[in-house]
Write a new protein. Structure first.
Length: 155
């Protein structure tokens, strides 16, 4: 199957396409989980600024990983009825724009985490990102073990 041709779209449609690349429902849930973890571990000493930094860094890296997943699976998405209208197979945005967006989100999240959060927090964010993008995503096509591997970044 030929890759989708990118058609010039109205700005609102392109913004929505970039939002879809982040898998907003999953990314919001990941952010909520990070917030809950922060609140539980800090007990009554939760600092609103630190909480916001944890959530923003986590959601940025999660959104970047989700966008990278869209890029990796665009050819499969184009063949399935359920996924063929996603931004890349539908041609709403191109691979280069999606890749730049994915790396920008990931880089922003990583830089924010490195600059403002404990090193161990960055380590876990980076480990989840790498596991999701470079282990779980390719393994989905090869083995049922992908579910076990996917539980690591999912946790």
């Amino acid at each position: 199957m030929q890759p989708a041709t990118v058609v010039v779209q109205p700005a609102a449609l392109r913004v929505r396409a970039f939002q879809q690349l982040t898998k907003p429902g999953i990314t919001a849930f990941v952010g909520l989980s990070a917030a809950a973890g922060y609140v539980v571990t800090t007990r009554n000493n939760a600092d609103p600024v630190s909480l916001a930094l944890v959530v923003i860094a986590t959601m940025a890296m999660s959104g970047g990983a989700a966008a990278m997943n869209h890029i990796s699976e665009r050819h499969l998405d184009a063949r399935m009825k359920r996924t063929r209208q996603r931004p890349l197979p539908a041609g709403v945005i191109g691979v280069r724009a999606a890749t730049n967006f994915a790396w920008a989100l990931t880089g922003f999240g990583a830089a924010l985490a490195i600059a403002t959060l404990p090193a161990l927090t960055f380590f876990f964010l980076a480990a989840c990102h790498v596991t999701y993008v470079y282990v779980y995503t390719p393994l989905k096509l090869k083995s049922e073990w992908c579910t076990i591997v996917g539980a690591i970044p999912g946790a």
